[in-house]
Design a binder for this molecule. Sequence first.
Ligand code: ADP
Ligand code: MG
Length: 653
Amino acid sequence: MAETTHQFRAETCKLLNILTHSLYTNHEIFLRELLSNASDALEKVRFLQSAGGEIRDPALPLEISITADKDAHTLTVSDTGVGMTEQELIDNLGTIARSGSEQFLREHESGEKPGNGEEAADGEDTIVEHDDSKPDDAAQIIGRFGIGFYSVFMVAEKVEVTSVPATGDGTAHRWASDGTGSFTVSAVEGAEAEALHRGTVIKIFLRSDAHEYEEKFRLEGIIRKHSNFLPFAIQLEGERVNTTAALWREPKFSVTKEQYHEFYKFLTYDQTEPLDVIHLAVDAPVQFNCLLYVPGTKVEAFDERREEWGPDLYVRRVLIDRHNRELLPHYFAFIKGVVDTEDLPLNISRETLQENAVLRRISQTMTRQILSHLEKLATSDPEKYEAIWKLHGRYIKFGFDSYQYRDRIAPLLRYATTLDKDKLSSLDDYISRMKAGQNEIWYVAASSLEAAAVNPHLGQFRRRGLEVLLLTEPVDEFALETLAEYQKHPFKSVERAEAKDLEPFADVEGETKAAPLTEEEKPELDALIAAVKTILGDQVKDVRATTRVIDGAACLVSPDGMTSSMEKLMRVMQKSEGIPQKVLELNPDHALVRDLMRICRGDAEDPLLKDMVSSLYDSTLLLDGYMNDPLAMAERSMRLLKQTADMYSNLRK
Ligand code: ADP
Ligand code: MG
C-alpha cells in the first residue's frame, strides 16, 4: 500500500501548535465543526441527486453516525456525504481552509486583537505561540473562532480520515496525522475498502485528557447544544439525537400554532404561551430565516450583572452565537428567537460579528418588520397590542432614542391619562380629544399614578377639562422631551404651564379666586417674600411669587427650570442624596398666602409665622417626594396645633 507523506504548510503548523497547546477549555466545539462539515458533505450529495447526477449507493440514507470505543479510546464520526478523493484529502485537509481558519490566522496576525499588540508587530513570525504565563491569549482567540477541521487536534493525538467519493471509481483513501508537522495519505484496499460505501469516516484517537468524549451523555449534550438543528439525522451509538426540526426553515403555512409554542418552550424554558410570533423567510437584501417571539411574561433583559438578550444566531442551522445583540435594537430586547442565515461563513469570529454588514442588514430588515407588525396589530387588534405594551412597553418606549425610527415608535406609545387612569391612550387618541384651541400635549410625571393624581398643578387642568398624560416611569419624560412634539403639538409638563396657557379654557367648576392684589397689598407680598427668605434661609435657593397655575399656596421649582421628575432622575444618576435646594414659589391668589401677608404686616418676626412658613415648606417638599427632618416637623406641627387650639377655644369662650 503506497503511502505518501506531506508536510503541513507553515501557517497550518502554527495553527495546530496553538490548538494542541492551548489551555482553552471549550474543546467540545471540535464536534460542532466535524458535524457541520459532515452536514455540508451530505448537502452536496442531496444537491447532486436533485441535479440528476449519478452517485454511489443512492439508497444509502443521508446521515451522520457517531460511535465511541472506550477500550481503544477512539471516537468515530462518519457521514454518507460527498466524500473526498486522494487529491481532495491533500488539498482540503492539508492547507488551511479559506474560511474560518484562514481568517483566524489573518486576524491573529494583524494584531487587532486585544492584548496581543506587541506580539503582532514582529512581521513574519507573528502568531502568538502558546505562552504559559499568558494562557488566556490563545484561549480568548480560539474561543472567538470556529476553526474548522483542525479543531479536532484539541482532543486528538492522532486522526484518520478515510473517504470514498460519491462519484468516480469508488477508491478509498486515508489521510492520517498526529497534528504536528506532517500527514500521510494512502489508498485503502481489500476487505476494509469493501466495507466502505460512500462518504467519510473520521477516527479520532482521543488524548488522555479528552476521554470524556467517549461518554454518550457528554456527546449528546454537545450535539444538542451546538448541532441540534442540522438537517440530517445524527445517530449516536445507533440512536437519533437531533429530533427537533429547524422550525424557522419550514414554510410558514406548514407550521401549526402548537409547533410554534413547543419550539418557544424549547428555546426559552418559559412555560407561558408567547403573545405573538413573527416568522420570516427573507431572500433580499440578505438571505435569512427568523422566528421571533413576543413573550407572554415580563422579560428582564438588562440584568445587573449581564445583558442577555437578542436572538440566537445560526449559520446554516449551526448555532454560532447565543443572544446576539447585534441582531435587534435594544428597544426590542424583549423579543426572543432565532435567526439563521446562509450569507455568513460558519467560521465567522464573534469579534467580526460586531461590525458585520450582513448582520446589520438582517437587523435593519427585522427591525422594520417588527415595527410594521406592531403597527398593524395596534389597529387590527388593539387589545393584543395593549397586552404587549403592558408587558414590554418599558422596552419599546426606549425607541425614542432611535434617530431612524422614532417617528414610527411615537405612534406606538401608550399612556394612562387623567381622562381614565385605567385606560391606555395613544398620542393620536389624545389629540383626537383635544379641546378646541388646545395646542400642547400636557403631561405630568410622577412616580406612580397615585402620586400623579395629587400633583398640585393638576387641579387647574382638571377644572378646565384639559386632559393630561400620566407618566410614571423616569424614561417617559425623557422620551417626550426628546421627541419634543407629536403631529406638530409640543409636549409640555403641567409644571411649566403659565397662566396665559390656560386662560383660553373656561374654568368649568368656577374656582373661587381671590380678588387681584391691590396696590397697597403688593408691597405686603414683597415683605412676606422677604420674611420667608429669612425664615427658610439656605434651605431654598430663592422665594418668589409664582406665575404658574397651581392650586396650592406654594410649590417648589428647580432653579434651572427642570421638571421635578427630571431633576430626581438626574439626582439618582449623580447619586446625590439629601434635599435639593429649590425655589419656593408662593401663590398670591391663595387665601393662605393672603393670611400670611397680614400676619407678616403685623409682625414679621412673629414665631407663629415662622412655624407656618416652615410647615408650608415641608408640605411642598412632601408633595415633591422629599421628607425633611421628621422630628422637627412633628414638633412644629404640635406647636401649631396647640396655638390653633388655644385660639379656637378662646374664640368659643
Ligand atoms: P470549512 O468547513 O470552513 O471549509 P474545514 O476546516 O472545516 O473548513 O474543512 C475543510 C474542508 O475539508 C472542507 O471545506 C471540505 O472540503 C473538506 N471536508 C471536511 N470534512 C469533510 C467531510 N466530512 N466530507 C467531505 N469533505 C470534508
Ligand atoms: Mg468546517
